[in-house]
Ligand binder design. Structure first.
Ligand SMILES: [Zn+2]
Length: 192
């Protein structure tokens, strides 16, 4: 959802709220499953609806992130996507963030050292900021994502073809050469 000027407003909006000054709050949904919606709630109802969410991902910081990572040792890709732990990261951004941080999607959150936690916190901010800026300019998925759904395309850091692996219900995209050499191998997962 974003604020758009009347000139730049997308035509295929699922929801559009027009303000008196001409600006619009516009909801578009790129996926085909159409799960987005708009609800009108009182502040109390909104608090109750959002109570299960973790802290906002953007601006989380290394200190708070370290607490979340240590609270429950889980694979990084799963943990980043869990809205109860951290709000605002889906599977695509989990791929982008972990690539940026040079961390394996399968590394266990409790195993990260302080330097890796700092790198992950920086990657969350850098990638979400980059994505927001591009989205506000109307960029489509293929420009916004650099790793997600880029199977066999060259990694933007090292040129190695991007690989993918199916994991839980999700397809994880990653660069085999950009992860740290010491991280968890992809053995025991189905590679296609
Ligand atoms: Zn790479």
């Amino acid at each position: 959802m974003r604020i758009a000027s009347r000139n730049a407003s997308p035509k295929s909006a699922a929801f559009r709220l027009r303000f008196q000054d001409g600006a619009e709050l516009v909801l578009t949904e790129a996926g085909s499953k159409k799960r987005a919606g708009v609800w009108l709630l009182t502040p109390e109802q909104a608090d109750a609806e959002l109570a299960h969410l973790g802290p906002e991902a953007l601006g989380l910081g290394a200190g708070r992130l370290a607490e979340i990572l240590q609270a429950d040792s889980r694979r990084l890709h799963s943990l980043l996507r869990d809205q109860r732990a951290i709000a605002g990261i889906g599977r695509a951004w989990a791929n982008e963030i972990l690539h940026h941080a040079k961390l394996s999607p399968y590394a266990l959150s409790g195993d990260l050292d302080p330097g890796q936690v700092r790198r992950l916190a920086e990657a969350i901010d850098a990638e979400l900021s980059r994505g927001l800026e591009l989205r506000e300019r109307g960029a489509a998925d293929n420009r916004v994502y650099r790793v997600h759904k880029k199977l066999a395309e060259p990694c933007y850091v090292c040129g190695t073809p991007i690989a993918r692996v199916d994991y839980e219900e999700h397809t994880v995209y990653y660069c085999p050469d950009c992860r740290e050499a010491c991280d968890v191998s992809l053995a025991n997962t189905s590679v296609d």
